[in-house]
Ligand binder design. Structure first.
Ligand code: SF4
Length: 376
């Protein structure tokens, strides 16, 4: 046994203490892998009878809040390279728990290296890694600190420990730069001794996918909802470069918003909101995805997230009023810190007209949660 213990029996003893919401992931594994997961994710010295997946410093459990019975994200990692995000999107779901000002993490590089070393020490089986679910890994900070570049180099060095590498951004111009492209291209193939090489090849799955958010066709609308994110044309140009370099791209037309007419003869203008996603605009986005050969489109419906320690912005208050009008006589649901349209209303007014366009263009479209859990 090493200093902390890495034997299978010790790992299995630790795994028996894992909280119910993570248990399905551990129970599905063979004893050797279950023990490895326990050593990596669970605190070794906790005196608590029930423990969570809180041990890693940077290379963390994908979504520690989620109950695996309801959201079966499975064994996958998330690296939030930065804290907070500078794009300042009105609808930001991370605003409910992230600080306003984007920043770097203290000792990021050192902690990431220690986590990667632990994956080897505990011989943890490979799993997908996502950058990032609460920040943009290619926001302006990246031009000053290159922490995402550092992270990608380390993932490449430890490629055997990961299956899919997924990068989500509103700023594809940075990864389209030559120094990033070179690494991304190398990450796009699995080494010959990788345990997932054959299944990925047989199913024609890309080991790296670039997920680029482009929810608006009109740049005036983009400045209204994503004020500090890159302009539409810039993102399109960068997507073309990523595709020309042979990278797999998923276009995230995400989040989706309602459009006029609303019930009872109202329009979005009655709520002082722009027509952000007319059907003609959505068609342009879908046509662009088809033209560049995107793997698929990913979408979700805008949630109205209550920001941390402050009121809803004026824009989101207006959107909430429009939502309340849209769902009458039903009411908005509130869960996970956000107001949401009831499912049937969201499908009728927001999602179905969009899916009709995707079908016309033969463009596969996947709800964001399904996209995530189906990424191997
Ligand atoms: S890019 Fe994502 S994380 Fe950043 S502000 Fe926008 S929604 Fe939030």
């Amino acid at each position: 046994m090493s200093l902390f213990g890495t034997d299978i029996d010790g790992g299995l003893t630790l795994a028996r203490r894992v909280g119910q919401k993570y248990r399905p992931v551990f129970d599905a594994l063979n004893p050797k892998d279950r023990a490895a997961l326990a050593w990596y994710f669970l605190p070794h010295r906790s005196g608590k009878p029930v423990v969570g997946v809180t041990r890693p410093r940077i290379l963390k459990w994908y979504c520690p809040f989620a109950d695996q019975q309801q959201f079966s994200s499975g064994h996958r990692y998330c690296i939030n390279v930065y804290v907070g995000c500078g794009h300042g999107c009105e609808y930001c779901y991370a605003a409910g728990y992230e600080p306003d000002e984007p920043n770097c993490k203290k000792n990021f590089e050192r902690h990431l290296l220690r986590d990667l070393e632990d994956l080897d020490n505990y011989n943890v089986p490979p799993a997908p890694v996502h950058l990032s679910n609460s920040t943009d890994p290619f926001q302006v900070l990246e031009k000053q600190t290159w922490q995402t570049l550092f992270t990608l180099k380390q993932i490449l060095r430890c490629r055997r420990r990961f299956t899919s590498v997924v990068l989500l951004t509103k700023n594809p111009s940075i990864p389209a730069e030559p120094q990033y492209l070179e690494i991304l291209q190398q990450l796009s193939s699995l080494p010959d001794d990788h345990p997932s090489k054959q299944p990925f090849e047989q199913k024609n799955l890309p080991p790296l996918r670039m997920e680029v958010s482009l929810a608006f066709w009109q740049d005036e609308v983009r400045t209204f909802f994503d004020p500090a994110a890159p302009p539409v044309n810039e993102r399109m140009e960068a997507i073309r470069k990523l595709r020309a370099a042979g990278l797999s791209v998923v276009l995230r037309v995400d989040p989706l918003l309602p459009r006029s007419p609303l019930p009872n003869g109202k329009t979005l203008a009655d709520f002082d909101l722009p027509e952000a996603q007319s059907l003609a605009d959505l068609e342009q986005l879908v046509a662009f995805a088809a033209e560049v050969g995107a793997m698929r489109i990913v979408y979700s419906v805008t949630k109205i997230t209550q920001p941390r320690f402050k009121p809803l912005s004026e824009t989101m208050q207006k959107l909430k009023q429009a939502y309340e009008h849209l769902c009458k006589p039903q009411r908005l649901t509130f869960s996970g810190g956000s107001w949401r349209l009831p499912h049937d209303i969201a499908q009728q007014y927001v999602v179905e007209p969009f899916l009709d366009i995707c079908r016309r263009y033969n463009m596969p479209a996947t709800y964001c949660k399904h996209n995530l859990v189906s990424t191997p």
